[in-house]
Design a protein around this ligand. Structure first.
Ligand code: NAD
Ligand code: GLY
Length: 363
């Protein structure tokens, strides 16, 4: 058994991320669990697999546990899904002293967090992420939210969890496509400011692709640590936290355009990061002028898609990008890269160049 704890220290609150390879480790959290109602929020894919396990871990509190199961899928991360959680809390008289626990991938983490942020102006919650993407990113850092029909994650709030409990053995049931999707977000950390992590990923690509237990705890702990370092400096994204959005402006437009039917979030992020590298080459910001090729090689280590089909209308993607949360006064701010491990925020990026970089990544 291997386990690790990563701490997030924020001025508003601090909490731990417990990473364990065989069970849901709530052992240090007893004080936060007692004398309150607990609602576990999950979906119809993950609940049949892990709800009983989680409930038996929490058996000391069995008389206080409720569960609410949502329909699976990014297309259900919307006002209706969020509202159904609120209805459930109202019907069961949840109040400010009670607790929510997410059990699922990033969709469930984001929706549970947003329900916790909004119910009675904010109640406590814990994240139990079960997808790789949620374990390396979505469960950590307090961004919560849902999609609006005009764009992804347009509705939401910053609301930090009380704890994140990661049991990497849940990844055994995760479909391979979703595992690879999680690697899309994993790669991001190296590109932002950890070139040594990019080297580590390349050196360990085989064991990572084989999902060897010994490497998973390390991989997830490194990502949580890197994310914590950034969130600790800028909890509410007034500055450097935007770097965590590398590739995401493109990705969110791709996901909205394809109505969440064609690409997983991590797949769209991988393509979006290639577009960001292409744009960095195109406007002569990258040191090597060959950054896109370097990144493509890295992403191919993990069998991630790197191109978008030509049938997707690049002009429509640019239109969708105008609703990105980083846009200020109608001007695009994008995360670009000088090199692998050196990302930065570029203001006033011209739409003509954005359009060209998308087209150059279509085949
Ligand atoms: P997801 O939640 O849709 O999970 C992917 C699929 O895997 C789903 O069908 C899910 O039910 C299933 N699944 C999850 N765990 C499983 C398991 N152990 N076994 C079998 N099936 C399992 O998608 P995701 O990739 O986990 O997360 C993507 C979401 O996370 C997006 O909505 C994205 O916007 C959000 N996100 C949020 C943040 C943040 O900081 N809040 C960061 C990154 C991504
Ligand atoms: N996933 C982006 C962030 O947490 O800021």
């Amino acid at each position: 058994m291997t386990s690790k704890i990563v701490n997030i220290n924020l001025s508003s609150c601090s909490y731990d991320i417990f990473i364990n390879d065989s069970y849901f480790d709530f052992s240090a959290l007893q004080d936060l669990l007692c004398n309150r109602k607990i609602a576990i929020i999950s979906n119809d894919i993950v609940a049949p697999l892990y709800l009983d396990d989680l409930k038996s871990t929490l058996s000391d509190y069995k008389d206080s546990i409720f569960s609410h199961i949502l329909a699976d899928g990014e297309h259900n991360k919307n006002l209706q899904g969020w509202n159904s959680i609120l209805d459930f809390l109202a019907e069961n008289n949840f109040n400010r002293s009670d607790l929510l626990i997410s059990l699922g991938g990033g969709v469930i983490c984001d929706m549970t967090g947003f329900a916790a942020a909004s119910w009675m102006r904010g109640i406590d919650f814990m994240q139990v992420p079960t997808s790789l993407l949620a374990q390396v990113d979505a469960s950590v850092g307090g961004k919560t939210g849902i999609n609006h029909k005009m764009g992804k994650n347009l509705i939401g709030a910053f609301h930090q969890p009380q704890a994140v409990i990661i049991n990497t053995s849940t990844l055994k049931t995760l479909p391979l496509r979703e595992y690879k999707s999680g690697l899309g977000e994993t790669v991001k950390y190296g590109l932002i400011n950890k070139p040594q992590f990019t080297t580590w990923l390349t050196n360990n690509a085989t064991v990572i692709n084989n999902q060897e237990t010994s490497v998973l705890t390390q991989l997830i702990a490194k990502c949580c640590q890197y994310k914590a370092e950034i969130v600790q400096q800028d909890e509410k994204e007034s500055g450097i936290r935007a770097l965590l959005n590398l590739g995401h402006t493109f990705a969110h437009a791709i996901e909205t355009y394809t109505q969440y039917t064609t690409y997983t979030h991590g797949e769209a992020v991988a393509i979006g990061m290639v577009m960001a590298a292409e744009l960095s080459d195109l406007i002569n910001i990258s040191d090597s002028h060959n950054l896109r090729k370097e990144l493509e090689k890295h992403l191919q280590d993990f069998h991630l898609k790197i191109m978008l089909p030509k049938a997707i209308d690049a002009n429509k993607l640019v239109e969708l990008m105008r609703l990105d949360k980083k846009v200020i006064n109608n001007r695009h701010r994008l995360i670009l890269m000088k090199s692998i491990g050196n990302a930065f925020i570029q203001k006033d990026v011209c739409e003509k160049d954005i359009l060209q970089s998308i087209k150059n990544c279509q085949q």
